[in-house]
Structures are given as C-alpha cells and as structure tokens.
Design a protein around this ligand. Structure first.
Ligand SMILES: Nc1nc2c(ncn2[C@@H]2O[C@H](COP(=O)(O)OP(=O)(O)OP(=O)(O)O)[C@@H](O)[C@H]2O)c(=O)[nH]1
Ligand SMILES: [Mg+2]
Length: 328
C-alpha cells in the first residue's frame, strides 16, 4: 500500500468510526420505538346522549367515562389515554352541548367549546336519530375547523336498512363537507377499529405528552365520585340526579383494600329524603351498586360509606362550583 492509499484508508476508517458513533448517539436520543413516535389530542364533542362517552370508553378500552341513558351524564372534560410503543392518543370526552340554564351548565358548555380550540383531531359525534339542526351555532364552528374533523354517526345498530344510512350520511355530508364520515356502533364495537386506524394515521409526529403507563389525568378520587353519580343517575327520576354532586372526603388505600367516605350534596331537604329513601333503602342500593363498580375499577376490596348533605342552590353558586372543581 502506498503512503497515499494508506492515508485514504485511514481517513475512511476514521470517518466510518465517526459515522458509527453518530448513528449510535442518534439511536440513544431516539430509540427505535421513539424515532417515529406520534402523539396528539383527540377531542370528542357533540350533543347530549349521542354516545360520546360510550365511544371514548371503547376507543380507550377502559371504562373511564360514565354512561347512562340520560342526557347530561358527563359534566367534566375527561381524559382517556391510549399508549403503544409507537404512539400516544390523548382522548377528551366532553359534556354534551346544551343551552345553559344554570351556572353549572355554563361550565359544562365551556368544556365542550374549549375542546374545539385545543385538539389535533376533532371527533364530532352524532347518532342516527338526532335532529341535524340541533345546536346549529356549535356545528357551524365545527364546520370552520382547520384541523381534521371525523364525523361519527353512532348507533347505526338501530337502523333497519342500508338506504336509511345512506340518506343520513348524505345529509351530514352537506352539513360538514370537509369531514370524513364514520358510521358505527360504539355499543357494539362495530366499525370502531376503522375509526381508530384513521386517528392513528392522522396523528402528528410528537413525543408523548404523558407517561406511557398513564390512562388518564384525573385522580383516583374522581372516578369514585363519577361511579357514585352514575348510580344516582340510574336510580332516581326527574331533577334529583341533576341536583347532586358527590365529594370524596376520605380515600385510604392499603395493599388490598380501599376505605372511602363520600358525601352526596343535594339542593333541598326534600331531595335529601328522596336520596336516602324509606329506612335508608335507596341509599343502601346506590352504595352497594357503586361499591361493586369501584371494586372492579381498582381491583381491590372497597369499604364505602355514604353521607347526604344539603347545599342550597349549589349549581348556581360560584364559590360552590369552584369548590366542586367546575370553575378555576
Ligand atoms: N343503540 C345504541 N345505543 C348506544 C350506542 N352508543 C351509546 N348508546 C347509548 O346511548 C346512551 C347515551 O350514551 P352516552 O355514552 O352516555 O352518551 P353521551 O353522548 O356521552 O351523553 P352525555 O354525557 O349526556 O352528553 C346510553 O344509553 C348508551 O348505552 C350505540 O352504538 N347504539
Ligand atoms: Mg357522556
């Protein structure tokens, strides 16, 4: 080998070594699963009772949001996170859009409106029975979105024929011409995987926003109050469940069990009587049903004590709404 050739080969070796180090450093900064990582916020909005929470739970694969047959079940913005090595999807379930009659509903509406402004992808959920003109203002804001909007037409299991569905889809395409349409049944998990696949495609490149083991950003106590509220919604009629707020006063967790004390606030004495029921029978039923679901949620034995207190007109009092976490 000539001197010149020796120099060249040394130089090549040096460059190879440098490249190899560069490649290694690159890999250390971006291990294979993080290199093309995607993450984003997917907000779920729509009118009350169309199945937003049912859809979010199905997408997340956990029961993070409560579901009942009554409108206005969801009162907060609730996060459910899906993690894989390659992506993280942060779903937000929101309260159904409504015209506020009291201050609590103003907060509920603000959660839905806020969800229009901070998403990477928007899921607008409707169902096959909804009146298309309901909440036109909100819909026109959805129509102006610059981010991808996926229009979910839920509850197609209720339809008898394909032509019924075609008619609904074409009417919605006129309302939201820029949206991609996904007819599905959240309850029966029908076509939900297709929606999920599209969401993953649309996710922007980004590192994860939360730890890869996170399911939600809400504390454990929040799920206790929601489960109790769900049992109240399904156990009582008319205005009573809407006048209720639940606060966890004590949450003592040990290795195998959790001791919980919670207070149910109502607005009037008469409602307190209804919640408790004859000889405490109704409260006992709510307590038993809630305890069973809380045990399932935490996979631990649960001791649940419930108390009922009157907090007059709390839904219209700003300091109470603050204390209950509806306004900052
Ligand atoms: N038939 C049918 N019913 C469904 C489907 N998805 C949800 N539901 C039902 O619709 C009702 C409302 O569901 P939710 O998920 O609570 O609806 P929501 O939009 O979150 O309601 P709010 O929180 O009140 O705004 C419940 O009785 C669900 O079981 C579906 O695909 N098919
Ligand atoms: Mg809901």
């Amino acid at each position: 080998m000539t001197d010149k050739n020796e120099k060249i080969s040394e130089e090549i070796e040096r460059q190879d070594a440098e490249n190899a180090i560069a490649a290694l450093t690159d890999q250390a900064a971006c291990p294979p699963d993080k290199k093309n990582h995607k993450a984003g916020f997917v907000n779920i909005v729509g009118n009350p009772n169309v199945g937003k929470s049912t859809l979010m739970n199905d997408l997340v694969g956990e029961r993070v949001s409560i579901i009942t047959s009554k409108a206005q079940t969801t009162r907060h913005r609730i996060t459910g996170i899906v993690n894989t090595p390659d992506y993280q999807i942060v779903f937000s379930d929101t309260p159904g859009v409504l015209k506020p009659n009291y201050k609590l509903q103003e907060s509920m509406l603000s959660y839905a409106q806020g969800a229009l402004t901070d998403a990477d992808i928007l899921l607008y959920v409707t169902d096959v029975v909804e009146d298309l003109t309901k909440n036109a203002d909100f819909l026109s804001r959805v129509a102006k979105e610059q981010i991808p909007v996926l229009l979910v037409i839920n509850k197609i299991d209720l339809l008898k024929t394909n032509s019924d569905l075609e008619a609904i889809v074409s009417r919605w395409k006129e309302m939201l011409p820029n949206a991609e349409v996904f007819p599905l049944s959240a309850k029966e998990h029908f076509n939900v995987p297709n929606l999920m696949a599209r969401i993953v495609e649309l996710l922007p490149p980004s590192p994860p926003y939360f730890g890869k083991d996170a399911l939600t950003d809400k504390p454990a106590r929040f799920f206790v109050t929601e489960i109790i509220r769900e049992k109240i919604l399904t156990s009582y009629d008319k205005e009573v469940p809407y006048s209720v707020e639940v606060i966890v006063e004590k949450f003592d967790e040990s290795e195998n069990s959790i001791h919980i004390m919670a207070t149910i606030f109502v607005e009037r004495d008469s409602q307190k009587g209804i919640i408790i029921g004859k000889g405490g029978s109704m409260l006992k039923k709510v307590g038993t049903e809630a305890r069973k679901d809380i045990e399932k949620f935490f996979d631990k034995r649960v001791y649940l004590e419930l108390f009922v207190k009157v907090e007059p007109n709390w839904r219209n009092r700003e300091n109470k709404l603050k204390a209950f976490g509806y306004i900052e």
